[in-house]
Design a protein around this ligand. Structure first.
Ligand code: G1P
Length: 285
């Protein structure tokens, strides 16, 4: 099984985070001092993925600059012998090569993934990371999922239990448990009303999919705002072939939402040696 590429859809307008996302890509908002997308990229690298594909859009150039060398900054830092910062800013461009593809119109997650079709060959599996789903886990979630994909030789999507009242914010699955945490999926629905939800198991932004999924995405009928939902393509796939859901081990924050973003900043900040104790003090006040 070929599994080395990972796609980061990053062309969304970030409307849940306006006004800052008018000029700053949502993916570049920091959790403490690293942009959201870096957490996802580091997770993918530690799960063994090698090639990163970022689906960008207009106004997202900061993402490309971030994964590139910055000659002027590096020159000044080396003149100042600020080796700590120098290492920090050169680590990522050294480690990872990124391919970019533009999604010219914001037509939904399914469409964004379809934009990467030409970069993935027909016999490959590939990862998908939605970088605003930030997950704190002992074993990186993508790594947990790679184990399941290899064991069952089938695509896997990540799942999390959510409160019944929150099902209208997620793709929700229907499935049968075949092993602790692993479900065989037979249906799923994007953002159902509470009364229509088949379960309280929500799809979270980590997927490992076969290239075949592109042909299913192409057949999806556009929904609200002309958007093509990935969940609809996965549902059609599940009707024909085996696809699994996996309840990951870890804590997920919805960093695309203002509260979730601040929550993640506090929780990641608490773990840091330089600021953790200071945060503890102000939280007690
Ligand atoms: C997307 C997916 C949805 C999934 C969610 C997880 O929705 O379409 O199925 O549950 O990510 O974060 P979005 O939040 O982009 O609207």
């Amino acid at each position: 099984m070929i599994l080395k590429k990972v796609v980061f859809p990053a062309a969304g307008l970030g409307t849940r985070f306006l006004p800052v996302t008018k000029c700053i890509p949502k993916e570049m908002l920091p959790i403490v001092d690293k942009p959201l997308i870096q957490y996802g990229v580091e997770e993918a690298l530690s799960a063994g993925f090698k090639d990163v594909i970022i689906v960008t859009g207009r106004g997202k150039n900061a993402i490309e600059d971030y994964f590139d060398y910055s000659f002027e900054l590096e020159y000044i830092l080396s003149q100042r012998e600020d080796n700590g910062n120098l290492e920090e800013i050169t680590k990522l461009p050294k480690e990872v090569d990124v391919a970019y593809v533009r999604q010219k119109k914001p037509l939904g997650l399914g469409h964004a993934i379809l934009c990467a079709e030409n970069l993935i060959s027909s016999d490959e599996y590939f990862g998908v990371v939605l970088s605003d789903d930030i997950i704190d886990a002992k074993v990186p979630v993508l790594k947990q999922m790679v184990e399941i994909v290899k064991k069952y030789k089938a695509p896997v999507i990540s799942l999390m239990e959510v409160d019944k009242t929150m099902v209208n914010k997620y793709g929700i699955i229907k499935g049968k448990e075949i092993e602790e945490r692993v479900y065989e999926l037979n249906d799923m629905i994007e953002k159902p009303k509470v009364e229509d939800a088949p379960s309280n198991l929500a799809i979270i932004g980590r997927y490992i999919l076969p290239a075949e999924i592109f042909s299913y995405i192409k057949k999806v009928k556009p929904g609200k705002n002309g958007e093509i939902q990935l969940t609809d393509a996965l549902r059609d796939y599940a009707k024909k072939k085996r696809i699994l859901g996996y309840i990951f081990e870890g804590t997920r924050y919805d960093a695309g939402d203002k509260f979730g973003y601040l929550h993640a900043n506090i929780m990641f900040g608490l773990k840091r040696r330089d600021i953790g104790d200071k945060i503890k003090k102000i939280i007690k006040c």
